[in-house]
Every structure is written in C-alpha cells, then in structure tokens.
Design a protein around this ligand. Structure first.
Ligand code: ZN
Length: 300
C-alpha cells in the first residue's frame, strides 16, 4: 500500500514533468473508484494548466489554474483555480508517460498534457500522459473548486493530523495531545490524528528507534520519550523518501510495475528473527487487527 513516502516520492517525481503544462484532454475509463469520479471532471479540467503539486497526508493536491487568457474556458464559471485531489488507495499509481502505451484494464484516468508553452522547449516534451492506474480501485480522484486558503477545510483533509515535517510537530505536540489517553501508542500513532503519514510499517519502525513498547498507553509516555519518538518518526520517513528517490526515473515511461519501495526494516515483518541491536527474537502482536513488531528487550 502506498504510504506517505511513496506519495511524496510520486509528488517529487511528477513535478518536473507536469507543472506548467496545459491539460488538452481527459479520459475517464472507470468512474467507480472509492468515490465515483464526477461526470463533469473532464469539463472542469480540460484547458487548465497544472500549477503546483502539494501533498497533505497521503493526498496529492494538483493545483489546476484557469485556462490561459484568450482561450475559451471549457465550462462556464470555471475561471478560478481549483484542485484535483488524488489518493492512491491500496494499489494506485500516478505516472507520466511521454509516449503512453495503450491503456490497460486498470488505467482508469488519463490526463493528456500539452508541451510547455516556453519557447525552445525540448522536443521530448511533446504531448505527455499523466495516468492513474489502480487495480483495486480504493483510490480517489476528486475535483474541488476551493481556493488554497479553504482547501484545508475540505472534508477529506480537515481532520488530518499535523504533517511529520511541520516544525510544530515535536515531542511537546505528542505529549499535549496524548494526556489522559489510555489507547496504546501504536494505535494512537497509526490513527493519523496526532500526526499523519505514519502507516503500519513506519509505526513499528519508529517505536523501535525510540525504544518505546507499542502497547504503552499513550498518556503515560513522558515528554522526553516523545521527543525521541518525534525524531524517530521523521528519521524513518526521511530514510524511506530518500530510498524512494532512487526510483524517481521510474515515474517516466514506466512499465507500470508497482514502484513501491521496501525499507530495510529493523523490526517490521521480522518476527522470530534476531533484533539487529541486541539479538533478542523480534515479537509480533496484533493491535486493532494490524500486526505490530517490536523487540521485547530494547522497547519498554
Ligand atoms: Zn533489541
């Protein structure tokens, strides 16, 4: 499943190829994603120019600027910036193809992009396709006309916790939001309400690095230990993003392989294997129907 690092790497991979390009054509082949793709999507998008690409949690946010002056706006009233929200769900990918192969059964959306308007643009910057592929169709493609200032209030975004790379996210943040809470720290972390993007793998890995037992009630962890955990979350995600960075070239002209990257995990999926620090066999437990891995010696 794509987690925050994969989504961030997708964002970085798309940036140089997509930003500044005009949408010349939109093809929706299957509207039955997690939520139905709206019938007007093609009309809303065609003619617009892709501005920035941001990320919030596991949502990619593509800014879609109004059609350039002098060109007819395809849908009356579509003369303000809007955003395309993309969630990769369980199996989604968003890739650019300079020369798109014929669409397969799981290629649900193609956005054809014109070459950049800049004079002297290289020849290989000809029409290009941004393709959303999602075999299991838990992903989402959502158009919203909200301006940037209001975007954080979108129903899908407004309840998300803070970003792990936001400077406000630190041990004190964790500590403040967990006082009086008896929920296990693993589950508090995974819920995404304190901080977004710490998926199941990254929960186990971050808690190991911080030396915290995943079953510890969140409200009983000290500020000093939360400082360690905040740092561990950032380290774990930073390493995963760096690892994914080496796959950036796969975002162009890919054969459609998943492209998700595997961490060299310290504890995750290593039940019974020796802890890399102390040699104690790694233990596996189930919390909230998800597997958790930890070292009973290093984490307490
Ligand atoms: Zn250990």
């Amino acid at each position: 499943m794509p987690e925050l690092p994969e989504v961030e790497v997708t964002r970085r991979g798309l940036l140089p190829h997509v930003v500044g390009r005009r949408i010349v054509h939109v093809t929706v082949r299957h509207r039955g994603l997690r939520w139905p793709v709206e019938p007007e999507l093609e009309a809303h998008l065609t003619g617009r120019v892709i501005g920035r690409i941001e990320r919030r949690g596991k949502y990619l946010l593509l800014e879609c600027l109004p059609a350039p002056a002098g060109e007819k706006s395809p849908a009356p009233g579509d003369d303000a910036p809007g955003w395309l929200l993309v969630h990769l769900g369980m199996t989604g990918t968003l890739r650019v193809y300079p020369d798109a192969p014929p669409a397969g059964a799981h290629d649900h959306l193609d956005i054809a992009l014109a070459p950049p308007d800049a004079p002297g643009a290289p020849q290989d910057h000809a029409a290009m396709v941004l393709r959303f592929r999602d075999p299991r169709r838990f992903g989402a493609i959502i158009w919203t006309p909200l301006a940037e200032a209001a975007l954080s209030e979108h129903p899908l975004l407004r309840r998300l916790g803070i970003e792990p790379f936001d400077p406000r996210f630190d041990g004190a943040w964790f500590h403040r939001l967990t006082r009086g809470r008896s929920v296990a720290i693993k589950q508090a972390l995974l819920a995404g309400e304190i901080v977004v993007g710490v998926g199941n793998i990254y929960c186990s890995e971050s808690l190991f690095r911080a030396g915290i037992r995943p079953t510890t009630p969140a409200g009983r962890i000290s500020l000093a230990r939360y400082d360690k955990l905040a740092a561990a979350v950032r380290e774990t995600l930073t390493e995963a993003i760096a690892r994914g960075g080496s796959t950036l070239r796969d975002f162009v002209g890919s054969d459609g392989s998943s492209g998700y990257f595997q961490l060299d995990c310290l504890v995750y999926d290593r039940a019974g294997e020796p802890c890399r620090v102390c040699g104690t066999p790694i233990r596996q437990i189930v919390q909230g129907q998800r597997s958790t891995f930890y070292c009973p010696h290093c984490q307490h």
